[in-house]
Design a protein. Structure first.
Lengths: 314, 219
């Protein structure tokens, strides 16, 4: 768990604070997406957690421990850190990059090697092939995987990620987001992820923290934020299509009824209600069949069910 | 007898003198380069934190660089007397600017994001310097060392004026007595020495820095 208590940061002696009295409690094992307009203080807020920036006021607790009293170096070795530019060390191999923190912590060589292979496999890179590759030979997506593997190396309870997909092209980004979501679910860390992409925040965050001019405006689940924006700023920020966005957060399976409908288009189980709606609009059909991973039809969803569901939720 | 053959026979006839001068020349150069590195690299590292301090130190070093070597030697004479010590002092002044400047720029140009990533992962200042900044600045540091080595070897010729010895002795005395063979016996070995060291260091650089460029274990 990470708790910020009245955190404020002023860079200059005068002027408005960059981060203004932010209080937030991020439950253990959840991902919090920090989002807001450029310059609103997302990165600064995140960097105060590992004391890369010292707060001007307020306190920060990680698992109940006040970090403002800890040695920053020791603290940082317990916190995974991924920056937008990834920051792989160009003169070290993939393995050496991943082994950085374990090495600093004085792990045995054998333990480090084992951990490196484990992590490469976790992020979907074949250990034999990638261990001794230099970073400049990797694609953007591969680099980001190595960056995440490196942050996970010493199994830190907390991970900080600043726009982890920022340097990745849009097509690869979506796939990487999906994969990372799976990986992060598996490792169960308390994660703070800075982003300025709303869809990314909604997709990756169990909770979303919306900031504006240094202040925390709303901290809630994506669905809560879309259903009930805290103020006009959040409402404008999430956009006029928030009802549609909510549909993309919901699985189609919840609205499913038994039985298959003849001549209806099909959609995979686990797809979002929004995708189902798109299929319905695209095909002109009144129902869509839901198919399981084995290809068998599990049931169907009707147009009315989707619209009624949207009504009920609004 | 041709000049070249004459020079060879002069060298053969004065082999002991020649060997002593060569050793003196090398000794002077090695001391000066070593001290230049020992002062220049830590100095560059210590001013890394403050741009104002760095500008101040670099300006002083650049000012020293504009003084002709011979003037430095002449200035060292009343202070330090004659011989090896004042010569080395003057040559260190010659070696310092390229070492300091290259090291400073090399270290400073290491990508700030890499330093940030390293600090964020829990490296101490010293570890960041040792594991990230110095390895990545190594090519620049090496380039500074090469320039300094050549300048020192050439500059050591002038040590002859203040009794520092070395191959420059043959040049000064060669000019004084208008003996071309003696003059060449000094000039040619200096040229060969300088070129040889340049080639050797270039070779060493490629060998040593392959790790940095290709990223072997630098820890
Ligand atoms: N080291 C610093 N010195 C002075 N001002 C800073 C520093 N770091 C950040 N700021 C200021 O603090 C404010 C918040 O910056 P921050 O980087 O946290 O914003 P951000 O929300 O991450 O923005 P972006 O989306 O553009 O990355 C900005 O006005 C920025 O100029
Ligand atoms: Mg930022």
């Amino acid at each position: 768990m990470i708790r910020l208590e009245g955190i404020t940061k002023r860079f200059g002696a005068v002027g408005k604070p960059s981060v203004d009295d932010v209080t937030i409690e991020m439950p253990e094992g959840t991902t919090t997406a920090l989002i807001g307009p450029s310059g609103c203080g997302k990165t600064t807020t995140m960097r105060m957690i590992n004391r890369m920036v010292e707060p001007s006021a307020g306190r920060i607790f990680i698992e109940g421990q006040d970090v403002t009293g800890l040695d920053p170096v020791t603290l940082r070795r317990r916190i995974g850190y991924v920056i937008q530019q990834i920051g792989l060390f160009p003169h070290m191999t993939v393995a050496e990059n991943i082994g950085t923190v374990p090495h600093l912590l004085g792990w045995s060589r054998a333990k480090i090697e084992k951990r490196i292979d484990e992590l490469l496999a976790l992020v979907g890179l074949e250990p034999e092939r990638f261990r001794s590759v230099m970073p400049h030979r990797l694609s953007g997506g591969q680099r980001q995987r190595v960056g995440v593997a490196r942050a996970l190396a010493a199994d830190p309870p907390v991970m900080l990620m600043d726009e982890p997909f920022g340097a990745i092209d849009p097509i690869a980004r979506e796939r990487l987001q999906d994969e990372f979501k799976e990986i992060l679910k598996r490792v169960r860390k308390t994660i703070v992820m800075v982003t300025h992409d709303l869809d990314e925040a909604m997709k990756m965050g169990d909770r979303v923290a919306i900031m504006r001019e240094g202040r925390l405006i709303q901290y809630a689940t994506p669905d809560e934020i879309l259903a009930a924006p805290a103020d006009a700023f959040v409402e404008a920020f999430v956009g006029p299509d928030r009802a549609l966005k909510r549909l993309s957060l919901r699985g189609v399976d919840a609205l499913m009824r038994p039985g298959s409908v003849a001549d209806a288009p099909t959609i995979a189980s686990g797809a979002s209600v929004r995708e189902a709606l798109a299929r319905l609009i695209g095909s002109g059909a009144r129902s869509v069949n839901v198919r399981g991973a084995d290809g068998a039809v599990l049931g169907h969803v009707t147009r009315d069910a989707i619209l009624d569901g949207a009504d009920a939720a609004a | 007898m041709s000049l070249i053959a004459g020079t060879f026979s002069w060298v053969a006839a004065h082999w002991d003198l020649m060997r002593t001068a060569l050793i003196q020349h090398a000794e002077m150069s090695i001391w000066s380069l070593g001290l230049g590195l020992a002062i220049g690299i830590p100095l560059a590292i210590s001013v890394l934190g403050s741009e104002r301090l760095a500008a101040f130190v670099i300006n002083i070093i650049n000012m020293l660089r504009t003084i002709p070597s011979l003037a430095i030697l002449a200035a060292a004479l009343p202070l330090l007397g004659i011989g090896l010590v004042p010569s080395v002092v003057a040559l260190v002044v010659l070696a310092l600017p390229p070492i300091l400047l290259n090291t400073y720029i090399g270290l400073r140009e290491v990508d700030a994001d890499l330093v940030d990533a390293a600090a964020g992962m829990g490296m101490t200042r010293g570890q960041i310097l040792r594991k990230i900044q110095i390895p990545l600045a190594a090519p620049a540091i090496f380039a500074g060392m090469r320039t300094a080595a050549i300048q020192v070897i050439s500059g050591a010729t002038l040590a002859s004026f203040i009794g520092g010895g070395g191959l420059g002795d043959f040049i000064t005395s060669g000019i004084a007595v208008m003996d071309q063979q003696r003059l060449l016996a000094g000039a040619v070995p200096i040229a060969i020495l300088a070129m040889g060291v340049e080639i050797l260091l270039g070779f060493a650089e490629r060998r040593l820095l392959r790790n940095v460029r290709e990223g072997g274990d630098t820890r």
